[in-house]
Design a protein around this ligand. Structure first.
Ligand SMILES: [Cu+2]
Length: 159
């Protein structure tokens, strides 16, 4: 009987260790702030759009963006523009690392968030909501103003 008791105790200890590991991985949570986020208004008949933003990582550890979703687009992908010969191609990245204490900028001609299968046109003055999913399990909800061509984003925080 005592042996069974010991086994039971061991499984409790294992349970505690697992809990501790889960808690300690949460301690490495991302501390991301979003700056200068915007998306371009779409011309008639176009159902794709590019969104730009700066992600500031205020934690010491790297933070990994693993997915983006929007209720107005079928798909949102992380794209990187790449020059191949004299042709510009868009490369799809499955994830993006933001190093600790640094910032990463999505900007025209570089990285962007590619929205495809838009349910309706994005019009100037509207707001688009994106949910950024991180490897840590955190989800950041960002509201991006829809800007007309030539309109520049404010230097502001977007949550
Ligand atoms: Cu693209």
């Amino acid at each position: 009987m005592q042996v069974i008791g010991l086994k039971a105790l061991m499984s409790i200890v294992t349970g505690l260790v697992l809990c501790y590991l889960l808690l300690s991985s949460k301690a490495f949570a991302c501390d991301i702030k979003v700056f200068q986020a915007y998306v371009r208004a779409t011309p008639p008949g176009v159902n794709t759009a590019a969104a730009y933003l700066t992600l500031g990582n205020f934690a010491d550890q790297k933070c990994v963006l693993v997915g983006v979703i929007s209720n107005r687009a079928k798909q949102v992908m992380i794209h990187q523009n790449q020059l191949q010969g004299d042709m510009m191609h868009m490369r799809h990245l499955s994830q993006l690392e933001i190093l600790g204490r640094s910032r990463f900028t999505f900007k025209p001609g570089g990285h962007h968030l590619m929205l495809s299968g838009l349910s309706e046109a994005l019009k100037e003055g509207q707001q688009l909501t994106l949910k950024l999913q991180f490897e840590s399990g955190q989800v950041l909800v960002v509201r991006l103003p829809v800007l007309a061509v030539g309109q520049e984003p404010d230097d502001m925080l977007n949550y």
